[in-house]
Design a protein around this ligand. Structure first.
Ligand SMILES: C[S@@+](CC[C@H](N)C(=O)[O-])C[C@H]1O[C@@H](n2cnc3c(N)ncnc32)[C@H](O)[C@@H]1O
Length: 267
């Protein structure tokens, strides 16, 4: 169904007024507004500086960074990137961008032409990303992924382009809403990556439902890093960094990624 033009314009206004509010604040004020660690912007700058010593497509530095480490297991992320790379994605959408860790990994590993980062607590690192990845066209949205204004903003920004990779890691009670909102904007060869599918809840429920509708799916589960971290803990070896603390704390639960290949819809 086509939305009446007036309503679309209203939604655009709502979306842009939210972004205007944020753009009146300094990046530091936006860090505080999103309850991010105080040193987030410094961490982003350090990360960009450090990467010079690493291969061009590597993102392991985020796991070594005590501020920006992603809430994901690295080996699972490696597989996720490998899967995403298989379709040479031009447009990637990261829902629940948090401190920017996975967005950084996507940009480094896959060099998308266009990238959307959506985070309800804000993306105070946005101008830094724009400067650092000049060949990627970014859309940063500081609002809920399934708000109508966000949907309209994404739709308008995409124009004739389609989302090739959708990474869902935002509102853990509403992955089904993210799916129904963005499925119509995805390319036919698209890949949906659903984080946290191992524990009961909406992410798992959404994945199981989609698994029934598509014949090509995958569940990425690799808890080997957690096992290794717990073994080091049992041996009394101090944790190397915050990522290792996180691995020890969660003891192999959470993380995991459900993968749906959209070109495999069952008839
Ligand atoms: C588990 S964290 C994501 C972690 C991130 N993907 C990573 O690996 O580091 C979930 C994030 O989603 C954000 N979030 C929650 N509800 C959201 C919504 N409706 N729209 C966008 N982001 C949302 C939260 O603020 C939080 O930063």
């Amino acid at each position: 169904m086509k939305l009446p033009t007036m309503r679309v314009l209203d939604y655009q206004k709502i979306g842009s007024s939210l972004n205007d509010m944020a753009s009146n604040l300094s990046p530091e004020e936006r860090v505080a507004r999103g309850s991010y660690p105080e040193n987030l912007l410094q961490a982003v700058d350090n990360l960009f500086e450090q990467e010079k010593n690493y291969p061009e497509d590597s993102y392991e530095t985020i796991f070594e960074c005590n501020t920006m480490f992603p809430l994901q297991r690295k080996r699972e992320m490696d597989r996720m990137m490998e899967i995403a790379r298989s379709i040479s994605p031009q447009v990637i959408f990261d829902i629940g961008s948090d401190k920017g860790g996975p967005a950084y990994a996507f940009c480094r590993a896959l060099k998308p032409k266009r990238m959307i980062c959506c985070e309800v607590r804000g993306t105070p690192y946005d101008t830094r990303f724009v400067q650092h990845f000049p060949s990627t066209d970014f859309l940063f949205i500081e609002d809920s992924s399934y708000a109508i204004s966000t949907r309209v903003q994404v739709h308008n920004w995409l124009g004739n382009d389609r989302i090739d990779v959708l990474f869902m890691d935002g509102d853990k009670g509403a992955f089904n809403k993210d799916w129904t909102t963005y499925k119509p904007m995805m390319s036919s060869k698209g890949i949906v990556l659903i984080h946290d599918v191992s524990e009961p809840g909406n992410p798992r429920g959404t994945f199981l439902e989609l698994r029934g509708q598509y014949s090509h799916t995958e569940t990425i589960i690799d808890t080997s890093e957690s096992t290794e971290a717990m073994r080091r803990e049992a041996e009394g070896i101090p944790q190397k960094n915050m990522y290792e603390w996180w691995l020890r704390h969660w003891k192999g639960s959470y993380a995991t990624v459900g993968v749906i290949y959209l070109d495999s819809k069952k008839k």
